[in-house]
Write a protein that binds this ligand. Structure first.
Ligand code: CA2
Length: 147
């Protein structure tokens, strides 16, 4: 099984700015721990981050061709992007929406996710562990599909 972890705009700044809100771990650090967790599950991971909506759409489409699923933190595009929603629906692979924070507990404009209805499920508010929980779900799904 191969998964793509996609991170959207400004998440390249993790650990470098606003640690009180988004934590002190860098994106590279989070990805290194996910790679270790995935290796224990026998899952291959690819990583992609972009600040550009179209590049995120391209990454989703590529994952649809080459991967078995996606863990997606679309960051601010979560709340605005019909294009990402359409891509998530189009690829025909499970997409798990993740967020470090809990958008429902933040400003009103973060309460609507255009991706939630296109995702298999959403995991929010657990910091970097949101990604780990999503990866664990793929592991459970993978092992239960193989029995
Ligand atoms: O909680 C999340 O994971 C979010 O996707 C983060 C987005 C925000 O727009 C969503 O509503 C919820 C913002 C990502 C910004 O990342 C930064 C990281 C470090 C410093 C500044 C911004």
């Amino acid at each position: 099984m191969k998964l793509l972890i996609i991170n959207g705009p400004n998440l390249n700044l993790l650990g470098l700015r606003e640690p009180g809100l988004y934590g002190s771990e860098t994106l590279d650090g989070i990805n290194a721990r996910l790679a270790e967790q995935a290796a224990g599950y026998g899952i291959a991971l690819d990583f992609f981050q972009s600040n550009h909506e179209g590049e995120l759409v391209d990454a989703l489409q590529k994952a649809g061709r080459e991967c078995d699923g996606v863990i997606l933190n679309a960051a601010a595009y979560t709340h605005t992007s019909v294009a990402l929603r359409d891509a998530a629906l189009a690829i025909g692979k499970p997409v798990v929406e993740v967020h470090l924070t809990n958008p429902a507990a933040r400003e009103d404009f973060r309460h609507r996710s255009l991706l939630a209805g296109a995702a298999t499920g959403s995991i929010c508010g657990f910091g970097a562990q949101s990604y780990e929980l999503a990866l664990h779900w793929f592991h459970i799904r993978n092992t239960s599909m193989n029995v």
